[in-house]
Design a protein around this ligand. Structure first.
Ligand code: NDP
Length: 460
């Protein structure tokens, strides 16, 4: 008899009713925050069998406590553009849950950033960080600032103003931000410089994703993309499959996408398409990654310019089009809700075997449902893309010990962590009667550790 069968049907129904009530509270307290609602719903739906089996969590009101950020900061970020005009953006930092360690999570600079986006990312981060096995709590932040088209001097002035306020709330033992969309090594460098100046101390562990010359970790840049591919490799291995000769489509062409493509190619896959917010490129013979790296990492150019070097490739405008490209493995690595139900149907009719979410919440709830119903191997974001934050935690460990590990050392640790996350998530899915469902498995495994730590630390 499975654990699920051991839980009586009426207990499941009562638990479902309880979860629905808590979800109502989330909607009431956070009106119009659709992305946050979506992230909470995905987790809540997974927890029914677990909470029904273990009443201790309900007794301690763990769910109610977890959905309320410990602290939510919003602040103004005034700055001056190159023409002398004064501008102002809104900055955010959510310090969601510190049960497992200092708040940890990236900063996103993108015009779409809102309280809802930051809260969905921060909420997801709690469970993701728990899955890594590292001692880190969940947080996230950013600003509705658009770095596109800004000069280097403007980026510096903006990031310095952002850090002037943020510095009052972070520190190596309290809250450790990193990069995300629109925040890479350059922005982290400017923010680190400003933090150091304000504090009058060199606290290397306050930010991760730093440059290698001043406390950064080797393999951090590659970690999220490589980690995503290591995770999908495990999913495939369980079915007797590998990346070798598989056709792969990767959305985006930023940090996560580039290194997911690199590792997939190293493992013998043929990556035929990638994208940016203007559209996607299709290169039947396989994407030449050096061209993409040069366009995106060095020149900040649009992906369509790939065709200048490879005229035989094709460019198509538009956001969702990339999912019409036939592939066996799809890796959405751009942004939230980029893959909807219709795209999921198209991927399935084109023969997709596995989907691994490199971005945060790239698939809508309906798309996930379609993948699971059709037996597609599906790796959810909080498990698949946890490699980035895992290596950030390794960067913090190196900073504390004033050490510098080799690329191979960090990469080996990353590989082990990703294997472990896969194993833990699979085991949890089996234990609670959803064998092979990694959405349920990752959510339960991530939740349990945080919930136990919260109970152990009392009501504070
Ligand atoms: P980057 O800014 O480096 O790249 C983002 C890529 O996605 C760009 O190609 C961008 O195109 C594209 N993109 C962004 N918004 C949209 C949109 N609305 N429609 C279509 N394409 C879009 O970010 P990252 O690679 O760092 O992050 C990508 C995803 O991975 C995010 O969801 C992030 O939260 C997640 N993630 C990142 C981690 C990391 O370590 N960096 C860790 C874990 C998760 P364009 O340049 O045209 O805007």
């Amino acid at each position: 008899m499975s654990t699920l069968q051991a839980v009586k049907q009426d207990e499941l129904e009562v638990t479902q009713q309880y979860i629905d009530e808590v979800f109502e509270t989330v909607m009431r307290r956070n009106p119009h925050e659709q992305e946050f609602h979506q992230a909470v719903k995905e987790i809540f739906d997974s927890l029914v069998p677990f909470l029904a089996k273990h009443p201790v969590y309900r007794k301690n009101n763990v769910l109610e406590r977890m959905i309320e950020p410990e602290r939510m900061l919003t602040f103004s970020v005034p700055w001056m553009d190159d023409e002398g005009n004064v501008k102002v953006n809104r900055g955010y930092r959510v310090q969601f849950n510190s049960a497992l360690g200092p708040y940890k999570g990236g900063l996103r600079f993108h015009p779409s950033v809102s309280a809802s986006i930051i809260k969905f990312l921060g909420f997801e981060q709690i469970f993701k960080n728990s899955l890594t096995g590292q001692p880190i709590g969940g947080g996230k932040g950013g600003a509705d600032f658009d770095p596109k088209g800004k000069s280097d001097a403007e980026i510096m002035r903006f990031t310095q103003s952002f850090m002037t306020e943020l510095s009052k709330h972070i520190g190596p033992d309290t809250d450790v931000p990193a990069g995300d969309i629109g925040v890479g090594a350059r922005e982290i460098g400017y923010m680190f410089g400003q933090y150091k100046k304000l504090r009058g101390a060199n606290e290397a562990g306050v930010l991760t994703g730093k440059g290698l010359d001043y406390g950064g970790s080797l393999a951090r840049k590659e970690a999220t993309g490589y980690g995503a591919v290591y995770f999908v490799e495990e999913m495939l291995k369980d079915q007797g499959l590998t990346f070798e000769d598989k056709t792969v489509v990767v959305s985006g062409s930023g940090n996560v996408s580039i290194y997911a493509m690199e590792k997939a190619q190293e493992l013998g896959a043929i990556v035929v398409a990638c994208s940016d917010s203007s559209g996607y490129i299709y290169d039947e013979k396989g994407i030449d990654l050096e061209i993409v790296k040069s366009l995106k990492e060095e020149q900040s150019k649009r992906i369509s310019e790939y065709l200048n070097e490879r005229p035989e490739a094709e460019f198509y405008e538009g956001g969702h089009g990339i999912w019409t490209v036939p592939c066996e493995i799809a890796l959405p690595c751009a942004t939230q809700n980029e893959l909807d139900e219709t795209s999921a149907d198209v991927l399935i009719s084109n023969g997709v075997i596995a989907v691994g979410e490199g971005a945060n919440m790239p698939s809508t709830l309906e798309a996930i449902e379609v993948f699971l119903k059709n037996g597609v191997l599906f790796g959810p974001a909080k498990a698949v893309n946890a490699g980035g934050v895992a290596v950030s935690a390794l960067e913090m460990a190196q900073n504390s010990g004033r050490l510098s590990w080799s690329f191979e050392e960090v990469d080996d640790k990353l590989k082990e962590i990703m294997k472990d996350i896969y194993k833990t998530s699979m085991e949890a899915s089996e234990k609670y009667g959803y064998s092979g469902n990694l959405v349920v498995g990752a959510n339960i495994a991530g939740f349990k550790k945080v919930a136990d730590a919260m109970i152990a630390q009392g009501v504070i």
